[in-house]
Write a protein of this length. Structure first.
Length: 315
Protein backbone atom coordinates (compact mmCIF):
# COMPACT_ATOMS: atom_id res chain seq x y z
CA UNK A 1 0.00 0.00 0.00
CA UNK A 2 1.55 3.27 -1.09
CA UNK A 3 1.76 5.89 1.58
CA UNK A 4 2.91 9.50 1.54
CA UNK A 5 3.62 11.82 4.42
CA UNK A 6 3.44 15.59 4.15
CA UNK A 7 4.34 18.03 6.87
CA UNK A 8 3.05 21.60 6.87
CA UNK A 9 4.48 24.23 9.16
CA UNK A 10 2.19 26.75 10.76
CA UNK A 11 3.62 29.93 12.24
CA UNK A 12 1.59 30.65 15.31
CA UNK A 13 3.42 33.89 16.06
CA UNK A 14 6.04 35.39 18.25
CA UNK A 15 5.59 34.58 21.90
CA UNK A 16 6.87 37.42 24.02
CA UNK A 17 7.79 35.74 27.26
CA UNK A 18 9.76 37.17 30.15
CA UNK A 19 9.58 37.36 33.91
CA UNK A 20 5.97 37.47 35.12
CA UNK A 21 4.83 37.47 31.48
CA UNK A 22 5.96 41.06 30.99
CA UNK A 23 8.64 42.74 28.87
CA UNK A 24 12.12 42.53 30.32
CA UNK A 25 13.00 45.25 32.74
CA UNK A 26 16.05 45.96 34.81
CA UNK A 27 18.47 48.61 35.92
CA UNK A 28 20.76 50.74 33.82
CA UNK A 29 24.36 50.71 34.98
CA UNK A 30 26.68 53.59 34.13
CA UNK A 31 24.18 54.72 31.49
CA UNK A 32 25.25 51.85 29.25
CA UNK A 33 23.30 52.40 26.02
CA UNK A 34 22.35 48.76 25.71
CA UNK A 35 21.65 48.03 29.35
CA UNK A 36 18.15 46.94 30.25
CA UNK A 37 16.11 49.77 31.69
CA UNK A 38 12.52 49.95 32.89
CA UNK A 39 10.18 49.92 29.93
CA UNK A 40 12.90 48.99 27.45
CA UNK A 41 11.88 46.61 24.63
CA UNK A 42 12.70 43.02 25.41
CA UNK A 43 14.73 40.59 23.39
CA UNK A 44 12.01 38.15 22.46
CA UNK A 45 12.25 34.51 21.46
CA UNK A 46 11.82 34.04 17.73
CA UNK A 47 8.38 33.07 16.49
CA UNK A 48 7.79 29.46 17.39
CA UNK A 49 6.98 27.19 14.51
CA UNK A 50 4.35 24.67 15.44
CA UNK A 51 3.43 21.79 13.24
CA UNK A 52 0.36 20.38 11.61
CA UNK A 53 1.38 16.90 10.49
CA UNK A 54 -0.93 14.91 8.24
CA UNK A 55 -0.62 11.24 7.35
CA UNK A 56 -2.51 10.48 4.15
CA UNK A 57 -3.09 6.98 2.78
CA UNK A 58 -3.77 6.35 -0.89
CA UNK A 59 -6.66 3.92 -0.29
CA UNK A 60 -8.90 6.66 1.15
CA UNK A 61 -8.39 5.50 4.70
CA UNK A 62 -9.17 8.20 7.28
CA UNK A 63 -6.41 10.76 7.55
CA UNK A 64 -4.93 11.60 10.91
CA UNK A 65 -4.20 15.19 11.76
CA UNK A 66 -2.03 16.15 14.71
CA UNK A 67 -2.67 19.67 15.90
CA UNK A 68 -0.62 21.16 18.69
CA UNK A 69 -1.59 23.97 21.01
CA UNK A 70 0.80 26.95 21.27
CA UNK A 71 2.72 26.84 24.52
CA UNK A 72 5.33 28.87 26.28
CA UNK A 73 8.78 28.34 24.72
CA UNK A 74 10.03 27.45 28.20
CA UNK A 75 7.68 24.45 28.27
CA UNK A 76 8.33 22.73 24.92
CA UNK A 77 11.19 21.37 22.87
CA UNK A 78 11.00 20.98 19.11
CA UNK A 79 13.19 18.22 17.74
CA UNK A 80 16.07 19.27 15.48
CA UNK A 81 18.89 17.86 13.38
CA UNK A 82 21.43 15.93 15.45
CA UNK A 83 19.09 15.18 18.34
CA UNK A 84 19.09 11.58 19.54
CA UNK A 85 15.60 10.14 20.09
CA UNK A 86 14.78 7.23 22.37
CA UNK A 87 11.95 5.26 20.74
CA UNK A 88 10.15 2.61 22.79
CA UNK A 89 7.30 0.20 21.96
CA UNK A 90 6.48 -1.05 25.49
CA UNK A 91 3.51 -3.29 24.61
CA UNK A 92 5.20 -5.18 21.78
CA UNK A 93 7.83 -7.93 21.60
CA UNK A 94 10.31 -5.10 20.88
CA UNK A 95 9.99 -3.85 24.44
CA UNK A 96 13.32 -2.06 24.60
CA UNK A 97 14.75 1.38 23.97
CA UNK A 98 16.27 2.13 20.59
CA UNK A 99 18.24 5.29 19.89
CA UNK A 100 17.99 7.11 16.57
CA UNK A 101 19.64 10.35 15.44
CA UNK A 102 17.65 12.95 13.52
CA UNK A 103 19.41 13.07 10.15
CA UNK A 104 20.23 15.89 7.79
CA UNK A 105 17.04 17.40 6.45
CA UNK A 106 15.29 16.67 9.74
CA UNK A 107 14.44 13.09 8.82
CA UNK A 108 14.05 10.10 11.13
CA UNK A 109 14.93 6.72 9.61
CA UNK A 110 13.12 4.15 11.76
CA UNK A 111 13.47 0.49 10.75
CA UNK A 112 9.83 -0.46 11.36
CA UNK A 113 8.47 1.98 8.77
CA UNK A 114 8.99 1.92 5.02
CA UNK A 115 10.41 5.41 4.50
CA UNK A 116 12.13 8.09 6.62
CA UNK A 117 9.72 10.65 8.04
CA UNK A 118 10.30 14.39 8.70
CA UNK A 119 10.42 15.12 12.42
CA UNK A 120 12.29 18.43 12.72
CA UNK A 121 10.03 20.99 14.37
CA UNK A 122 7.90 18.37 16.14
CA UNK A 123 7.72 17.65 19.83
CA UNK A 124 8.64 14.16 21.04
CA UNK A 125 4.94 13.40 21.55
CA UNK A 126 4.17 14.41 17.97
CA UNK A 127 6.98 12.19 16.67
CA UNK A 128 5.46 9.31 18.64
CA UNK A 129 2.05 9.99 17.10
CA UNK A 130 3.52 9.90 13.59
CA UNK A 131 5.35 6.65 14.26
CA UNK A 132 2.20 5.13 15.71
CA UNK A 133 0.46 5.72 12.37
CA UNK A 134 3.35 4.51 10.23
CA UNK A 135 4.24 1.28 12.05
CA UNK A 136 2.14 -1.42 10.39
CA UNK A 137 3.63 -4.66 11.71
CA UNK A 138 1.79 -4.15 15.01
CA UNK A 139 -1.84 -3.19 15.41
CA UNK A 140 -2.21 0.19 17.11
CA UNK A 141 1.19 0.05 18.78
CA UNK A 142 1.90 2.15 21.83
CA UNK A 143 4.91 4.34 20.94
CA UNK A 144 6.87 6.45 23.41
CA UNK A 145 9.50 8.92 22.18
CA UNK A 146 11.85 10.93 24.34
CA UNK A 147 14.84 13.10 23.53
CA UNK A 148 17.99 11.42 24.84
CA UNK A 149 20.64 13.86 23.58
CA UNK A 150 19.83 17.54 22.98
CA UNK A 151 22.15 18.51 20.15
CA UNK A 152 20.24 20.98 17.97
CA UNK A 153 19.54 23.74 20.52
CA UNK A 154 22.67 25.49 21.80
CA UNK A 155 23.92 28.80 23.14
CA UNK A 156 27.54 29.90 23.55
CA UNK A 157 28.83 31.32 26.83
CA UNK A 158 32.13 33.21 27.11
CA UNK A 159 33.78 35.61 29.51
CA UNK A 160 34.02 35.48 33.29
CA UNK A 161 32.80 31.90 33.85
CA UNK A 162 34.62 28.78 34.97
CA UNK A 163 32.89 26.58 32.39
CA UNK A 164 32.63 28.51 29.11
CA UNK A 165 31.62 26.95 25.82
CA UNK A 166 28.57 25.60 24.02
CA UNK A 167 25.60 24.88 26.29
CA UNK A 168 22.65 22.73 25.15
CA UNK A 169 19.12 23.95 25.75
CA UNK A 170 16.38 21.50 26.67
CA UNK A 171 13.60 23.92 25.80
CA UNK A 172 12.91 26.38 23.00
CA UNK A 173 13.93 29.14 25.41
CA UNK A 174 15.33 29.20 28.95
CA UNK A 175 15.92 32.02 31.44
CA UNK A 176 19.37 33.56 31.32
CA UNK A 177 20.07 32.73 34.97
CA UNK A 178 19.82 29.00 34.20
CA UNK A 179 22.57 29.20 31.56
CA UNK A 180 24.73 31.48 33.71
CA UNK A 181 24.52 29.18 36.73
CA UNK A 182 25.45 26.15 34.61
CA UNK A 183 28.50 28.06 33.38
CA UNK A 184 29.72 28.80 36.95
CA UNK A 185 30.20 32.60 36.97
CA UNK A 186 33.33 33.99 38.62
CA UNK A 187 33.16 36.28 41.65
CA UNK A 188 33.77 39.41 39.56
CA UNK A 189 30.99 38.61 37.07
CA UNK A 190 28.46 41.45 37.15
CA UNK A 191 26.70 41.65 33.79
CA UNK A 192 26.02 39.61 30.67
CA UNK A 193 25.66 40.71 27.07
CA UNK A 194 23.27 38.71 24.89
CA UNK A 195 24.05 38.84 21.17
CA UNK A 196 21.36 37.54 18.84
CA UNK A 197 21.21 37.50 15.05
CA UNK A 198 19.05 40.33 13.80
CA UNK A 199 18.86 42.14 17.15
CA UNK A 200 20.90 44.72 19.00
CA UNK A 201 23.14 43.31 21.75
CA UNK A 202 21.46 43.56 25.13
CA UNK A 203 23.25 43.95 28.47
CA UNK A 204 21.75 42.43 31.61
CA UNK A 205 22.83 43.21 35.16
CA UNK A 206 23.28 39.91 37.00
CA UNK A 207 22.23 41.49 40.29
CA UNK A 208 18.73 42.14 38.89
CA UNK A 209 16.57 39.03 39.32
CA UNK A 210 13.95 40.33 36.88
CA UNK A 211 16.55 41.03 34.19
CA UNK A 212 18.19 37.62 34.56
CA UNK A 213 14.82 36.03 33.79
CA UNK A 214 15.36 37.23 30.21
CA UNK A 215 14.86 34.29 27.85
CA UNK A 216 17.73 33.07 25.70
CA UNK A 217 17.14 30.98 22.59
CA UNK A 218 19.29 28.71 20.38
CA UNK A 219 22.05 30.60 18.62
CA UNK A 220 22.46 33.30 21.27
CA UNK A 221 25.98 34.25 22.33
CA UNK A 222 26.28 35.25 25.98
CA UNK A 223 29.37 37.08 27.26
CA UNK A 224 29.76 37.49 31.01
CA UNK A 225 31.57 40.67 32.03
CA UNK A 226 32.73 42.56 35.09
CA UNK A 227 31.22 45.89 36.01
CA UNK A 228 33.01 48.70 34.12
CA UNK A 229 35.41 50.60 36.33
CA UNK A 230 34.49 54.28 36.23
CA UNK A 231 36.44 57.23 37.58
CA UNK A 232 36.04 57.78 41.32
CA UNK A 233 38.02 61.03 41.53
CA UNK A 234 37.27 64.31 39.79
CA UNK A 235 38.30 67.92 39.21
CA UNK A 236 35.98 70.72 38.21
CA UNK A 237 36.35 73.20 35.37
CA UNK A 238 34.50 76.46 34.81
CA UNK A 239 34.77 79.87 33.22
CA UNK A 240 35.95 80.25 29.66
CA UNK A 241 36.45 76.56 28.78
CA UNK A 242 34.55 74.83 25.99
CA UNK A 243 33.26 71.95 28.14
CA UNK A 244 32.87 72.98 31.78
CA UNK A 245 31.77 70.64 34.56
CA UNK A 246 32.95 67.59 36.49
CA UNK A 247 35.89 65.81 34.87
CA UNK A 248 37.75 62.56 35.65
CA UNK A 249 40.95 63.07 37.62
CA UNK A 250 44.07 60.90 37.57
CA UNK A 251 47.30 61.20 39.47
CA UNK A 252 49.81 63.50 37.75
CA UNK A 253 47.18 65.55 35.90
CA UNK A 254 48.58 69.01 35.13
CA UNK A 255 46.76 72.29 34.70
CA UNK A 256 47.18 72.46 30.90
CA UNK A 257 46.07 68.85 30.56
CA UNK A 258 42.97 69.60 32.64
CA UNK A 259 42.13 72.59 30.42
CA UNK A 260 42.46 70.46 27.29
CA UNK A 261 40.30 67.74 28.90
CA UNK A 262 37.69 70.47 29.44
CA UNK A 263 37.55 71.30 25.74
CA UNK A 264 40.28 73.96 25.76
CA UNK A 265 39.88 77.73 26.18
CA UNK A 266 37.04 79.51 24.41
CA UNK A 267 37.70 82.38 22.02
CA UNK A 268 36.88 84.79 24.85
CA UNK A 269 39.38 83.24 27.28
CA UNK A 270 42.16 85.30 28.76
CA UNK A 271 45.54 84.11 29.96
CA UNK A 272 44.81 83.76 33.66
CA UNK A 273 43.54 80.60 35.35
CA UNK A 274 42.34 80.45 38.93
CA UNK A 275 42.82 77.14 40.77
CA UNK A 276 40.92 76.76 44.04
CA UNK A 277 41.90 73.97 46.43
CA UNK A 278 40.26 72.97 49.67
CA UNK A 279 42.58 73.36 52.64
CA UNK A 280 42.64 71.23 55.77
CA UNK A 281 40.35 73.72 57.53
CA UNK A 282 37.73 73.32 54.78
CA UNK A 283 38.35 76.73 53.22
CA UNK A 284 39.26 77.20 49.58
CA UNK A 285 42.73 78.50 48.82
CA UNK A 286 42.95 80.22 45.42
CA UNK A 287 46.11 80.33 43.27
CA UNK A 288 46.39 82.24 40.00
CA UNK A 289 48.43 81.01 37.03
CA UNK A 290 49.38 82.62 33.72
CA UNK A 291 48.54 80.10 31.02
CA UNK A 292 50.66 81.86 28.39
CA UNK A 293 53.78 81.71 30.60
CA UNK A 294 53.17 78.00 31.20
CA UNK A 295 52.74 77.30 27.49
CA UNK A 296 55.90 79.31 26.67
CA UNK A 297 57.94 77.37 29.22
CA UNK A 298 58.46 80.39 31.42
CA UNK A 299 56.54 78.84 34.31
CA UNK A 300 56.03 75.21 35.41
CA UNK A 301 52.82 73.39 34.58
CA UNK A 302 51.37 72.77 38.07
CA UNK A 303 50.07 69.34 39.03
CA UNK A 304 46.47 69.34 40.16
CA UNK A 305 44.94 67.41 43.02
CA UNK A 306 41.61 65.62 43.09
CA UNK A 307 38.78 68.00 43.84
CA UNK A 308 40.60 71.07 42.46
CA UNK A 309 38.46 73.76 40.85
CA UNK A 310 39.89 75.65 37.89
CA UNK A 311 38.35 78.69 36.23
CA UNK A 312 39.51 80.39 33.05
CA UNK A 313 39.26 84.18 33.13
CA UNK A 314 37.84 86.27 30.30
CA UNK A 315 40.03 88.53 28.23
Amino acid sequence: MKKTISTAFLLIGTLSVSAAGQAMSGVTANNHPNSISAGAPALEPAGLVRVLARNEVSDNAPAVTITTVPASPTEIYLVGIGDVLDVQLPQTPLNRSSLFTVLSGGMLDYPLISNPIPVAGLTAAEVAALLRQEIKIFEKPDVIVAVRDYASHNVTVTGLVSAPGIKPLRREAVPLYVVISQSLPLAEAARATITRTGAQPLTVELSDSNATSTLVIPGDVIKVLAMPVGPTEFFFAGGEVASPGQKPYHAGLTLTQAILASGGPTKNAGTKVQVSRQAANGRLVKTEYNLRNIQNGKAPDPVLQKGDRLEMDEQ
